[in-house]
Design a binder for this molecule. Structure first.
Ligand SMILES: *Cc1c(COP(=O)(O)O)cnc(C)c1O
Length: 396
């Protein structure tokens, strides 16, 4: 295996461990434990285990290791630790970097469960958290304190698709001696090289584009080997966030087609944005890949394409949004994203229902807002579906 290979080659080959049968497709090692040839070997492995010496699947497993090595090669990271879900990855990254008395600065626009960790759990364990408008570099700088240990953000926010300048936040983080943790789910490893932009740690929910076909939960934390194999691994292996070998295998196969899928989904999203811009049935359309997005230039500097999700603010508030969702025939109503099937969500009544109306308003989540995750269907079928659903609103 060569580390000069480009990401698409790494995505197919990196991390492969072939058994004595020389299988083409990676094996699923569905085992919790491992046996030793003798007692001395067991003792030696507990003292120090080598790269391909496993002890217990909560610590590591050959199929899981293949997934970890493959995504690390793809991301350009020294090491990765795979987790049972995206939230186990966020939990692992933040709790292994922070302790009571430390301070974290976080972007305000966060995935609901990330917000729960930052707003409720970390403070309960003595970590102070300051929330800032992630797009405002002066706000990040102003929030830094002598005990600031972590800066945390989602590079493209959910569901309003704000873009945060990773290189800009990274400069502030490095000057403060802190660690910048980036949740890169919406941008994907294909469209954004977060480590090269200055992130120190990257986390993914593999549940989204990496599986991309709606099957398994999974997550991963990537970063420097010292951190991943040190504090992070210690925390995760003792707290039980390990990924199952079967789910690791699904994710491993997902990586082989990730580039093709994400580029096709991003191309369709770009096409839909071009066609929908200025549509009278929409109060607003947000897509970072379209010139109308307030941070279009930053998005194009930081990413290869504008992503795979559109935010459509449908005329008529909640009633308009519900009528729009109910009129769609191709796109399915769901709360997931990154899937080969196009999925639509009404954040105000589902994913962001628990927020107060004021908090939703401050994040730009209006009652008409619909998140549209673009799948692998023919883009013209998606366009007709959206246009006829918007047309039907006029007849209400
Ligand atoms: C889905 C998601 C998560 C959580 O991932 P799970 O796999 O559902 O635990 C975290 N962050 C973002 C941005 C997400 O979209």
């Amino acid at each position: 295996m060569s580390n000069t290979w480009k990401p698409r080659t790494q995505a197919v080959h990196a991390g492969t461990r072939r058994s004595q049968y020389a299988e083409t497709s990676e094996a699923i090692y569905l085992t919790q434990g491992f046996v030793y040839p003798n007692a001395e070997a067991a003792e030696a492995r507990f003292v120090k285990s080598g790269a391909d010496e496993f002890i217990y699947a909560r610590y590591g497993n050959p199929t899981v290791a293949m997934f970890e090595d493959r995504i690390a090669a793809l991301e350009g990271a020294e090491a990765a630790f795979a987790t049972a879900s995206g939230m186990a990855a966020v939990n692992g990254a933040l709790f292994s970097l922070l302790k009571a008395g430390d301070h974290m600065v976080s972007a305000r626009a966060l995935f609901g469960s990330c917000l729960y960790i930052a707003e409720t759990l970390l403070p309960a364990f003595g970590v102070e958290v300051t929330f800032v408008d992630g797009t405002d570099l002066e706000a990040w700088q102003g929030a830094i304190r002598p005990n600031t240990k972590v800066l945390f953000l989602e590079a493209m926010s959910n569901p309003t698709l704000e873009i945060i300048d990773i290189a800009g936040v990274s400069k502030i983080s490095r000057a403060a001696g802190a660690t910048l943790v980036v949740d890169n789910v919406f941008a994907t490893p294909v469209l954004q090289r977060s480590l090269e932009l200055g992130a120190d740690v990257v986390v993914y929910s593999a549940t989204k584009h990496i599986d991309g076909q709606g099957r398994c939960l999974g997550g991963v934390v990537l970063g420097a080997r010292d951190f991943v194999r040190g504090a992070l691994e210690t925390y995760l292996k003792h707290t039980g966030g390990a990924l199952s070998p079967f789910n690791a295998w699904v994710m491993l196969k997902g990586l082989e087609t990730l580039d093709l899928r994400v580029r096709a989904q991003a191309a369709s999203a770009t096409y839909l944005a071009e066609k929908l811009a200025g549509h009278p049935g929409l109060a607003r359309m947000l897509f970072p890949g379209h010139a109308s997005h307030p941070q279009h230039d930053l998005a194009m500097r930081q990413m290869v394409a504008g992503g795979t999700v559109l935010a459509l603010d449908v005329q008529g508030g909640k009633a308009g949004a519900f009528a729009f969702l109910n009129a769609l025939n191709v796109a399915l109503i769901s709360n997931n994203l990154g899937d080969s099937k196009s999925l639509v969500t009404h954040p105000a009544t589902t994913t962001h229902q628990r927020l107060s109306p004021e908090a939703r308003a401050s994040l730009g989540i209006t009652d008409g807002l619909v998140r549209f995750s673009v799948g692998l269907e023919d883009a013209d079928d998606l366009l007709s579906d959206i246009l006829s659903a918007l047309e039907s609103l006029k007849l209400r």
